[in-house]
Design a binder for this molecule. Sequence first.
Ligand SMILES: Nc1ncnc2c1ncn2[C@@H]1O[C@H](COP(=O)(O)OP(=O)(O)OP(=O)(O)O)[C@@H](O)[C@H]1O
Length: 387
Amino acid sequence: MLITRIVVGSWPRAERSRWNWSRLFGPPWENLIVELDDLTHTSGEWLRGTGPEADIVISSRIRLARNLAQFPFLSRSDESTRAEIEGLLHQHVSDLRLPQPLTYLDVQNMSELDRRFLVERQLISRELCESSGARGVGISSGENVSLMVNEEDHLRIQVLRSGLALEDCWEEIDRIDDSLEEKVTYAFSEQLGYLTACPTNVGTGIRVSVMLHLPALVMTKEIQKVYQALQKIHLAVRGLYGEGSQAMGDFYQISNQVTLGKSELDIISEVKDVIPQIIGYERKYREALVKEKRRDLHDQVSRAYGILRTAQTISSEETMHLLSSVRMGINLGLIDDLEIPTVNELFIHTQPAHLQKLRNSALESGERNVARACYLRERLASNNDVP
Ligand SMILES: Nc1ncnc2c1ncn2[C@@H]1O[C@H](COP(=O)(O)OP(=O)(O)OP(=O)(O)O)[C@@H](O)[C@H]1O
């Protein structure tokens, strides 16, 4: 097929703001993530519920897909080329000076449990977890930044923030991208923009997404209308774990599908501009539920909280479902002795790899259900504060 004209998708480099190195202070190295076990009792800053509209918008995320010009794409690289790419990017990623210190982890030699733990944490993708060969990830101490090496592309840069904060994500990721580009030459075409392993990422290589908690729209079945409206304007609606995952716990990710022929800022605006409307709908339906069905809603929320505090065995799916009700209950003032950051953290800490790392042993599915119930009882009985 002959491609006759494709508008350059990327914001011209010259117009991009350069990282002001002088603004940086010395990194607080004492906060370095030494081992993954250090993370099991904490949560990422982006889960602390501090950002704008954090009652409904859990987090904002931007990721960039980049490849090095001097190497073939990974699908055409042999083991030694793969190792060479990893070695080079490992060095450059480790050399980055960010406001928070960054730790580089060797994913190739990591246990499967640790890899799954990082997926649950949203720090690596399932693809990086399940693929083979030389690969790694750089993670900032607050978990806002992660840089995956040898995923689908040579480099995937991700920045996360609490709430609706796409501009902040962009500013940070753009600085990181620029400082790496001073060290390496990215695969870039004047006509197409950044060249990526999958054609759907060519151009800007950007994915802009917002993770929303929409229980009222789900309860009232209005979510289908939102879904259809977003598809019409070419935005993707995905589940908690991205492409191909189901919407669990009433979480929905809204992201761009088009990466080519537009600037990064246009793409960010397209996603950002629809979010206030969805937030407005969710608020409207929450209010209607409180007004018209307050007792039923209070009952549902209280039962959910009760089960989470007393169950002796509970599946991951049921936990997500009940935590979703509790989260909405807190936001509507129906529960007053629990904080949103605790609930956000429980969504992550009750997942299989987290439970096993918290318990420090491998657990079968039935054992995990018992461990999960036990963990929930402990956390909800005594500790409402996120460490
Ligand atoms: N706003 C968000 N907040 C927190 N995590 C997110 C957010 N958006 C996406 N993620 C997580 O990032 C991971 C990748 O998501 P997704 O597959 O949609 O993105 P991607 O990087 O574009 O990958 P691909 O190119 O394979 O589609 C998933 O685990 C997903 O849950």
